[in-house]
Design a protein around this ligand. Structure first.
Ligand code: CP
Length: 305
């Protein structure tokens, strides 16, 4: 890895740095900070589709006064045989400071970071990691509960293929939360989880104890054929009005999006008082502003350990 800081997964950040990013996020939500990225050039390259991550990074960059360029990979010189490494060298030579990259191949952003003399931010690499989504989810949970130690967070569904789940579980464990991973063996193999994460096959068994339920979309683009029928999945794992009625009043429900109505949730979830999806999306812009500010301007208030 080159010396310039990149954000490939959550373990690129210490606990104190995450605290600092969350403090800056709260500052930015209270008051727009102005042109903290004046003269900074950001390129966004998404090799997989995106609505939330692409839009919120673009908004975050523009709100901080950066120069923002979107490269659509199919319309770039990658289609003429240029390698991503040579693309990265070329962009750095133009003075590009930040590359935000989403790609279906796990490890792709880390590979780019080796060639790019600037900051690479992983906007999701295959089923591996999605650190900025994990950070905005953690921020949403911290805003709700404060200290997460001992809080029971149930993550439900296709954990095997979910980059969000992989990054979020690591972050939640670091913050002392009790993580309950819920799903069928095909989406949550026994050997997949660390000892510190409880595996639960029966969604109904966790409804009354969970402080937060994080629902996941089935990542159909990451496997060949569905290991169970949709009807079987829905019967066992969809959060619907019947299951909602068994939650405690203060339980919150989250989803990184995009959500598939009728599969992992039904419409009644969207009316539930504890549904926090809009808050997550809102925090996505300010958390990404704080991440960009941290990478470019450094943790000015943070004393090195
Ligand atoms: N949560 C998330 O990554 O959404 P997008 O795929 O729309 O960016």
């Amino acid at each position: 890895m080159r010396t310039t800081r990149s954000l490939i997964d959550l373990d690129d950040l210490s606990a104190r740095e995450i605290d600092y990013i969350f403090e800056r996020t709260a500052d930015f939500e209270r008051e727009r900070p102005g042109r903290l990225l004046d003269g900074v050039a950001c390129v966004n390259m998404f090799f997989e589709h995106s609505t939330r991550t692409m839009t919120s990074f673009t908004l975050a960059q523009k709100r901080l006064g950066a120069d923002v360029i979107t490269i659509w990979p199919k319309e770039s010189s990658l289609s003429k045989g240029e390698t991503i490494e040579d693309t990265a060298i070329t962009l750095a030579a133009m003075g590009v400071n930040v590359l935000v990259i989403r790609h279906p191949e796990p490890g792709f952003p880390r590979r780019v970071a080796l060639s790019f003399d600037g900051h690479v931010i992983n906007a999701g690499d295959g089923g591996h990691a999605h650190p900025t989504q994990a950070l905005l989810d953690l921020y949403t949970l911290r805003e709700e509960f404060g200290d997460l130690r001992g809080r029971k967070i149930a993550i439900v569904g296709d954990i095997l293929h979910s980059r969000v789940a992989h990054s979020s579980i690591a972050g939640l464990r670091n913050l002392g939360a009790d993580v309950i991973a819920v799903g069928p063996p095909a989406f949550l193999p026994d050997e997949f989880m660390q000892a510190s994460v409880r595996i639960e096959r029966d969604f109904d068994a966790v409804l009354e104890e969970a402080d937060a339920i994080v629902l996941l979309r089935i990542q159909r683009e990451r496997f060949e054929s569905m290991p169970m029928t949709d009807d079987e999945y829905i019967a066992q794992y969809r959060l619907d009005s019947g299951r909602l009625s068994r939650l405690r009043e203060e339980t919150i429900i989250m989803h990184p999006g995009p959500y598939n109505r009728g599969v992992e949730l039904d419409d009644s979830v969207l009316e539930f008082a504890g549904w926090r999806y809009a808050k997550q999306v809102m925090h996505g812009v300010s958390v990404r502003m704080a991440i960009l500010d941290f990478l470019i301007n450094g943790a000015r208030a943070l004393v090195s350990p």
